[in-house]
Design a protein around this ligand. Structure first.
Ligand code: NAD
Length: 339
């Protein structure tokens, strides 16, 4: 029997997670909930996803728009084994009591505080710890990127200390009311909230991130300097380690990928769903080793990087795979991340 999955909140993350669930042979998408009619609600109907009215939404508004809805979010939850809450940050936590009352397992996103769940999750790092859990939180896009890279470096070389400068995208492409349009804004929280967030997964990770916001909607860019405990032999060795790990994509010099626009253009050329990039993106030219000091850039596609993590979280919570590698491989093949 496939695990029955409901997606509450059908925005940037929710619509991608719904598509990803629909592609998994061991999962069934029982519905998506939206608060109001929109082009995205219409898309759900066109894709054949059962559509429900979430939050304070009104059934009449959907009916007036000619969109067939099957009921309220409560009706959707009654059909599910697990709900992926992809509502805006701080809204998800308000749904906890409702999910518990419906005896549902729940996955929350990185906009919620860690306390909303029993465990913060990133598949390469702590898949086994999520087995059988009822409430799991997938960490935010930037933290997912940092923790994935930490998974590669910690296991092979140990991380003495890591300084990361995060150049964050100002808004998602559809967030037309957000800026800045013509500014780079330093974030004065020090260290940024990514340290405690990454430490929900690796408590002993010595990480000092500083962050700023740039006038772009495409991707985040991390500028990393890690001091390793056991120095690698060469940059080639480190690149091979990243290449051997799922969810890393490394561009070579001759590909002429100068920055985030070409990363996304290459995804569009490959016709990945929505032009999404669910892997951490590194550049060969951007990775340098000086003794124990590793410098590397990585780009993170904020709209999609957490999508495969939500799928693996479901598999872990229902013990659908023998180990993390099997789950990650199943997810990635189903999503076209790997052949
Ligand atoms: P979003 O605003 O794009 O989508 C949220 C959707 O939920 C909207 O369609 C909204 O109408 C709907 N909604 C609001 N209240 C609701 C309710 N009570 N019931 C049902 N639906 C409701 O937000 P998003 O960017 O998808 O973010 C969702 C979560 O994912 C947040 O926790 C966020 O921090 C996290 N996240 C976002 C990104 C990103 O870059 N967009 C990356 C990683 C994690």
């Amino acid at each position: 029997m496939p695990v029955r999955v409901a997606v509450n909140g059908f925005g940037t993350i929710g619509k991608r997670v719904a598509d990803a669930v629909a592609r998994q042979p061991d999962m069934q998408l029982v519905g998506v909930a939206k608060t109001r009619p929109s082009f995205e609600a219409r898309l759900a109907v066109e894709k054949g996803y059962p559509l429900f009215v979430g939050g304070e939404g009104r059934l009449e508004a959907f009916r007036a728009a000619g969109l067939a809805v099957e009921g309220t979010a409560d009706d959707m939850l009654a059909r599910a084994d697990v709900v992926v809450d992809a509502t805006p940050e701080r809204v998800g936590r308000e749904h906890g009591a409702k999910y518990a009352k419906a005896h549902l397992k729940a996955i929350y996103q990185g906009g919620e505080k860690p306390e909303v769940a029993e465990l913060s999750f990133s598949a390469l790092a702590n898949y086994d710890a999520a087995r059988g859990k009822s409430r799991v939180r997938v960490v935010s896009c930037n933290t997912t990127g940092l923790v994935r890279a930490a998974s590669v470096l910690r296991s092979r070389y140990g991380v003495e200390h890591w300084e990361a400068t995060l150049i964050r995208r100002a808004a998602d492409p559809t967030e037309v009311h957000k800026g800045p349009v013509n500014a780079i804004l330093p974030t004065f929280d020090f260290p940024s909230h990514h340290t405690p967030d990454a430490q929900t997964i690796y408590p002993d990770l010595s990480l000092t991130p500083t962050a700023g916001v740039g006038p772009t909607t495409l991707m985040h860019l991390h500028v990393n300097h890690g001091r390793l405990q056991r120095p690698p032999a060469s940059t080639a060795e480190v690149l091979a380690a990243f290449r051997a790990t799922p969810r890393f994509q490394i561009f070579q010099s001759w590909e002429h990928v100068e920055g985030t626009p070409q990363v996304l253009e290459s995804a569009r050329d490959r016709a990945t769903p929505r032009g999404d990039v669910m892997s951490n993106v590194l550049w060969e030219d951007g990775l340098h080793l000086q003794g124990a000091d590793l410098h590397f850039f990585q780009a993170i596609h904020q709209e999609s990087i957490v999508v495969p993590e939500n799928i693996d979280a479901i598999r872990a919570m229902f013990d659908l795979a023998p180990d993390s590698a099997t789950s990650i491989a199943r997810t990635d093949v189903a999503l076209g991340i790997r052949k």
